[in-house]
Design a protein. Structure first.
Length: 251
């Protein structure tokens, strides 16, 4: 498992977590979807009676009130209305687009109270994308295959749940344009986010930075960078994350 100690301790991450927790109730049973290192599950155990920590591989988290399970958000093995609260943050942006409606339907199905969702807000997933050396496919940064705004989140969770409250966290000004994207693709995306832990979204091979760049690749990438920098200077800032508290819709 990747060591997230420094990431969790950063001011930006602590702000994001505090913002998420401000939307959660206390007491009862909570499901933590995509628990990863278990940091959020341990924090949840301080305010809930029981915590179910779920990930694609069974996590190993120490905690008196924590139960660790292997599972997939697209097919949750829990009864309807089983949890008082569901927390799903840094997950839905990774779900294959064709499975995203099913994942959201499962979250809505297993909560009898609230579901708190955290996703990047209007992320431009063309920035920092990579080329897989194994299959040649283009990869968005960090495996983020979905983008979200208020309208999309509303469509994914209603009418089963209703939008009760939302907050924004962080600020960003990162976006690009079609010309820069095309130029960077022609260059082979040599300066993409190859240091990420996530593998290729198409073939699951590790992403490897190109060892050598031709003069043409360097020139195309440099032009793409300049155009993107100009775009960002002209663009307005917007929030980095959106956190939404959905509640069970009245029958």
């Amino acid at each position: 498992m990747v060591d997230l100690t420094h990431y969790r301790a950063s001011p930006a991450e602590q702000e994001r977590i505090a913002n998420l927790f401000a939307l959660l109730p206390t007491g009862g049973r909570v499901l933590d979807i995509g628990t990863r290192d278990g940091y959020l599950a341990q924090r949840l155990a301080e305010r809930f009676d029981a915590v179910v920590a779920l990930d694609l591989e069974r996590p190993d988290i120490v905690g008196e009130r924590i139960v660790c399970v292997q599972g997939n958000v697209c097919a949750l093995e829990f009864p309807d209305a089983h949890f008082d609260a569901v927390l799903c943050a840094e997950v839905l942006e990774h779900i294959p687009p064709q499975l995203l409606p099913q994942a959201c339907a499962e979250i809505a199905r297993v909560t009898r109270g609230v579901a708190v969702i955290g996703v990047p807000f209007r992320q431009d997933i063309r920035l920092g994308r990579t080329v897989c050396a194994a299959c040649g496919g283009h990869n968005p940064p960090w495996g983020h295959v979905n983008t979200f705004d208020e309208a999309r989140l509303t469509a994914l969770f209603t009418p089963a749940l209703h939008w009760e409250q939302h907050t924004f966290v962080g600020r960003q000004q990162f976006l690009t344009n079609a010309v820069s994207v095309a130029l960077m693709d022609l260059a082979g995306n040599p300066y993409g986010n190859y240091d990420q832990d996530e593998p290729c979204v198409l073939c699951a091979a590790p992403l490897v930075r190109p060892a050598r760049l031709s003069l043409l690749s360097r020139a195309l990438a440099a032009l793409a960078f300049r155009l993107t920098a100009l775009q960002q200077r002209l663009a307005a800032e917007h929030p980095k994350w959106i956190h939404v508290r959905f509640a069970r819709a009245a029958v």
